[in-house]
Design a protein around this ligand. Structure first.
Ligand code: SAM
Length: 246
């Protein structure tokens, strides 16, 4: 079955010349990749769940990861393959037209697990199941990056988003599971998750990457496997080592 606007909610968003969500990777993910040098070890594995048109997948591939990009949008995956080829990264990116709720997550396998606004696109009970599988699939030196829409989003049917007068995203109809305050943080500190939080934030943001300008409420989590201590100085890096004076 080929992708069409009838079968793919995100078809139009990914079919434009000016592809939705742009090419800038998620900021905390980019900060992590810029500080924790993965190149020397090589052969690292990443999975990008709900990869869209690939802004995070491409950043991971550029940093040296072999990336599996999973999405239900065939058009989005085609744009990922096209963008990867343009950057000579085709051998580092494998697209998978699959539902994140139905894929296998090998245990202790991925060095990076990314879910940028997909756990909020599935029912809450499915999100909990996928979350636990994501955590279990992380290697001992892996990192996890998750972003979700929260009830602060003007598209949310719950307060305070439902009282907001800010403009709503053109793709808000795909978000069915707005996270409550602290909900993602609580999942991250649950002992079953086996994570150590590097960064957690709940924020409002304005989005100019697709459709008319609109506002979002988001929760953002960057974490590593508990017991792992990579050289992370924060976002922005607060007190990195000074460059030697010449
Ligand atoms: C808001 S977009 C985010 C895309 C990308 N992560 C980014 O930040 O640019 C959400 C994506 O999740 C995908 N998606 C939604 N539910 C999914 C599911 N159950 N399995 C796989 N992908 C899904 C959609 O097709 C869409 O591409």
């Amino acid at each position: 079955m080929s992708s069409s606007p009838q079968t793919d909610f995100f078809y139009d968003a990914y079919n434009r010349d000016d592809i939705a969500y742009g090419l800038e990777p998620s900021a905390a993910l980019a900060a992590y990749l810029s500080q924790v040098d993965v190149a020397p070890s090589g052969g690292l594995r990443a999975i990008d769940l709900g990869a869209g048109a690939g802004r995070d997948s491409l950043a991971l591939a550029s940093a040296g990861y072999h990336v599996e990009s999973v999405d239900l949008s065939e058009r989005g995956l085609a744009r990922i393959a096209e963008r990867a080829a343009q950057r000579n990264l085709a051998d580092r990116v494998r697209t998978r037209l699959e539902d994140v709720r139905k894929i296998d997550f090998p245990r202790d396998y991925y060095d990076a697990v990314i879910a940028t606004t997909v756990l909020d696109h599935v029912p809450a009970s499915d999100a909990e199941t996928v979350w636990q599988r994501m955590c279990d699939s992380l290697s001992s030196t892996g990192f996890l990056y998750v972003q979700v829409h929260t009830t602060e989003d003007p598209g949310s049917g719950l307060p305070p988003g439902n009282t907001s007068t800010s403009p709503v995203s053109e793709t808000a109809g795909a978000v069915i599971n707005y996270f409550r305050p602290n909900q993602l943080a609580a999942m991250a500190i649950d002992v079953k998750s086996k994570l150590r939080i590097l960064r957690y934030e709940e924020r409002l943001e304005w989005d100019y990457t697709h459709g008319p300008e609109h506002q979002h409420g988001k929760a953002v989590l960057l974490a590593v496997r508990s017991g792992y201590h990579p050289p992370w100085y924060g976002q922005p890096a607060a007190f990195p080592r000074a460059e030697p004076t010449k």
